[in-house]
Write a protein that binds this ligand. Structure first.
Ligand code: PEP
Ligand code: MN
Length: 339
């Protein structure tokens, strides 16, 4: 059960509410975000929610039977829009494309990527400065020095930055230089990290775990929301299966289903989703038709020389065509909705 509170609710009225909840054996969890005050009440007893709905200080009350509450569409039917400023919006009819290398490698690489993105009207650049790698001997990113260099160049070009944060201790230093924090698949259920990102007023792109279920992804998002941050996007990036012909199994079902279950924007990552350059475009296009609000892709001037994930990275030429097709597909999907 979600109780939306009036912005001018008094302490006394809050206490009264908590007492009433205790009386019916419900645990009331206080949540205060950038956009509202809530009590998420969890309990078993069935009762007429109107008896709480009429109490002083209550704006609205909703029954949500899902294990995740605040991220559920059951209480918030309008899709969430995330505003990055400078006219860049995500979700609810705004189609977002994010592109860039797997890893930030050098100043020259940053400059060439920025030129490619600007030429193609892409507003958000991706890239890792802290890289989760299967082998400790692989390139693990340029860290804060790389991020600062990237930030200076991106700002000049008017581009937004999305990059992965791996540890709670990195958040504060990174926050000044980024526009969206990415939580990678390996950290999808790092609850300490999710708690801490809930206290930050920056959008979070939360990836699905390598073997994560839809329910686990939504409950991971609930950690962020319930700690105070409503600006969350979910990302399908493929899950592990028995199939070895490609890197991961991109779960197109998840896109359609997440759009039904949550009001949060849903982003697809076809690059990690299939992990094979030749098929990234098809998966990207399919994900848009399935309902994705945006796509994040890996691009590089010379993919075969990329420090990481070259095998799934598009060249600028390929990517240029893919962006065009994605925009057209999004337009078509919106047209289909009206049929
Ligand atoms: C990445 O975006 O480069 C990345 C490491 O993604 P994931 O966490 O989905 O593997
Ligand atoms: Mn990658």
């Amino acid at each position: 059960m979600i109780i939306q509170l009036d912005s001018n609710i008094t302490t006394l009225q809050k206490e009264e509410l908590q007492k009433t909840l205790e009386g019916i054996n419900y645990k009331g969890n206080q949540v205060a975000t950038q956009f509202g005050d809530y009590i998420v009440a969890v309990g078993k007893k069935d009762f007429d929610i109107r008896s709480i709905g009429i109490m002083a200080g209550v704006k609205d009350i909703h029954k949500v039977s899902d294990p995740y509450k605040l991220v559920s569409k059951k209480w918030k039917v309008n899709d969430t829009v995330i505003d990055l400023g400078d006219g860049v919006k995500m979700g609810s009819g705004h189609f977002s494309m994010m592109a860039g290398p797997c890893s930030i490698e050098s100043e020259k690489q940053i400059e060439s990527t920025i030129e490619h993105l600007v030429d193609n009207g892409i507003k958000i650049m991706r890239g890792g400065v802290y890289k989760p790698r299967s082998s400790p001997y692989s390139f693990r990113g340029l860290g804060m020095d790389g991020l600062k260099m990237w930030h200076a160049k991106a700002k000049e070009a008017g581009l937004k930055i999305i990059t992965e944060v791996m540890m709670v201790e990195q958040i504060e230093a990174m926050a000044e230089y980024i526009d969206i924090f990415q939580v990678g698949a390996r950290n999808s259920q790092n609850f300490n990290l999710l708690d801490a990102l809930g206290e930050v007023d920056k959008p979070i792109l939360l990836k699905r775990g390598i073997s994560g279920t839809i329910n686990e992804l939504l409950q991971a998002a609930e950690y962020i929301f319930s700690n105070g941050n409503e600006k969350i996007m979910l990302c399908e990036r493929g899950i592990r299966s028995y199939e070895s012909a490609y890197r991961n199994c991109f779960d197109i079902n998840a896109i359609a289903m997440l759009k039904e279950k949550t009001h949060l924007p849903v982003i697809s990552d076809p690059s990690h989703g299939i992990g094979v350059r030749a098929f990234v475009e098809q998966v990207a296009l399919a994900s848009v038709m399935a309902g994705a609000d945006g796509v994040i892709m890996e691009v590089h001037q010379t993919p075969e020389k990329a420090f990481s994930d070259g095998q799934q990275t598009l060249s600028y030429k390929q990517a240029g065509k893919t962006y065009q097709k994605l925009r057209k597909t999004f337009g078509m999907r919106e047209e289909f909705k009206r049929l």
